[in-house]
Design a binder for this molecule. Structure first.
Ligand code: SAH
Length: 343
C-alpha cells in the first residue's frame, strides 16, 4: 500500500486500479501515511493557513428535485425562505467585520433571483466590499447569465458535478436533469474566467469505487480551482431517507487523494463532514484540506436551509461560529487567516 501511495505522489493517477485499491483496501495505519503526504503537499503551498469562506444561504426555494437534497421541490415539508438584498448585505457587513474576505451566496435554483436581481446584488457587494471575493453557488444557468454575473463582479462559482458517471447521475437526479448540462456549465464558467469549483458527495447512494475514479478523472480533465467534497448525509423527507449516509473515513481518504493529485486546489473541510463527526473538520484539514466555510446566514433562517439531517451550526450567531472554529483550528496547530485565498 505504501508503494501505491508513493507512486500516486510521484506520478499522479497513472492507473485507476491503483487508486481503487487505495480507496477500498487502505488500513488505518496507511491512511495516516496517506494523510501525512497530503498534509505535506498542502503545507508546502499554504503553510498552516486556513482560508475562510462565509456562506450566505440566500434561498431555500428550488425548482429542481434532486433525490438527495432536503430542499428539493418535491419536499412539501421543507420550510421556504428567501433573503432580501438588504439581508444579504447585512450578512456581508457582519462577515467583513469578522475578517471574512470571501462571501459565498448559495441557494436553491430560485427564479426570484433572476439575472437583474442577482446582478444588482453582486454589483452592490462589489461596490461596498471592493477587496472581497464574491462566490456564487446558484446552480445551472446559461452562458449569458453566468457572463452577466461575472461582469457584475462575481469572481468564483461553485457547482458540484455530483458524479461524473452517466448511470449514477440518473440515479441521483430526475430525468429532466443531465450530467451533460452540468459539465457544460462548468466549462462555460471556466471559459468566462471564473475560478471554478466542482465536487461530489462521498458515499451518495449507488456510488461505486469506479464512479469515484471517474470523478477524479473528470476533475483532472476540468482542472478546477476548488473541489468541494463531503459525505452524503441522508435527509428524512427525501426519497433517500432510508439510504446509508456516507462515511467520514472514505471522505478523508478522498480528501487526501485529491490533495495529492491537485497540490494547489482550494479544498474545504465541509460542514457535512463536521455533521458526521464532531471533529470532522479538524480531521479534514489534517487530511489535506485548507478551507473552511462557516455559516454567515441570519440565524432565523439557518434551520430552514436543511440540505440534510442534523446540520451543525444552525443555532449560533456568525461571530460564535467563527470563534468556535478558530479554537478548533488552533487546537490542531493551524491558523485562520483573513485573506482572499485566490487560486
Ligand atoms: N443549487 C446549488 C447549490 C446546491 S447545495 C447547486 O445546484 O449547485 C450545495 C451542495 O450540497 C450540492 O451540490 C450537494 O453536493 C450538497 N448536498 C445536497 N444534499 C446533500 C445531502 N443530503 N448530503 C450531503 N450533501 C448534500
Amino acid at each position: 500500500m505504501k508503494e501505491l501511495i508513493d507512486k500516486l505522489c510521484l506520478q499522479g493517477m497513472t492507473d485507476s486500479d491503483d487508486v481503487k485499491k487505495i480507496i477500498d483496501e487502505i488500513n488505518d495505519e496507511d491512511m495516516e501515511y496517506l494523510a501525512k503526504k497530503a498534509r505535506e503537499i498542502s503545507q508546502k503551498r499554504f503553510g498552516k493557513k486556513i482560508y475562510l469562506r462565509g456562506l450566505i444561504e440566500i434561498s431555500s426555494f428550488c425548482k429542481n428535485d434532486c433525490y438527495y437534497c432536503g430542499i428539493r421541490r418535491g419536499n412539501g415539508k421543507a420550510e421556504r425562505y428567501r433573503l432580501s438584498k438588504e439581508d444579504i448585505l447585512e450578512c456581508c457587513k457582519e462577515g467583513y467585520r469578522l475578517g471574512f474576505k470571501t462571501f459565498v451566496m448559495q441557494g436553491g435554483e430560485d427564479s426570484f433571483y433572476n439575472d437583474d436581481v442577482m446582478a444588482d446584488i453582486v454589483s452592490e457587494i462589489r461596490k461596498r466590499f471592493p477587496e472581497c471575493a464574491i462566490t456564487l453557488s446558484l446552480g445551472e444557468k446559461s452562458y449569458e447569465s453566468y457572463k452577466r454575473l461575472f461582469d457584475a463582479g462575481a469572481d468564483r462559482y461553485l457547482l458540484r458535478h455530483e458524479t461524473a458517471n452517466e448511470e449514477h447521475y440518473k440515479k441521483l437526479h430526475p430525468a429532466e436533469m443531465s450530467l451533460e448540462n452540468r459539465k457544460r456549465c462548468l466549462y462555460d464558467l471556466k471559459e468566462i474566467g471564473y475560478q471554478v469549483g466542482c465536487g461530489i458527495m462521498v458515499g451518495s447512494p449507488y456510488q461505486t469505487t469506479d464512479d469515484l475514479t471517474e470523478d477524479l478523472k473528470f476533475m483532472l480533465e476540468l482542472q478546477p480551482h476548488m473541489i468541494g467534497i463531503g459525505p452524503f448525509v441522508k435527509h428524512k423527507d427525501t426519497p433517500f431517507a432510508d439510504k446509508e449516509s456516507g462515511s467520514v473515513r472514505k471522505t478523508l481518504i478522498l480528501l487526501s487523494i485529491i490533495r495529492i493529485l491537485f497540490p494547489r486546489v482550494l479544498l474545504p473541510a465541509t460542514t457535512a463532514l463536521g455533521t458526521m463527526d464532531p471533529k470532522g473538520r479538524e480531521k479534514g484539514i489534517l487530511a489535506g484540506a485548507n478551507v473552511l466555510m462557516p455559516n454567515l446566514s441570519p440565524v432565523k433562517v439557518r434551520k430552514k436551509y436543511a440540505l440534510y439531517d442534523n446540520k451543525i451550526c444552525t443555532g449560533e450567531e456568525s461571530a460564535q461560529c467563527k470563534g468556535c472554529l478558530q479554537k478548533r483550528i488552533e487546537s490542531i496547530g493551524y491558523e485562520i487567516v483573513s485573506e482572499r485565498g485566490d487560486y
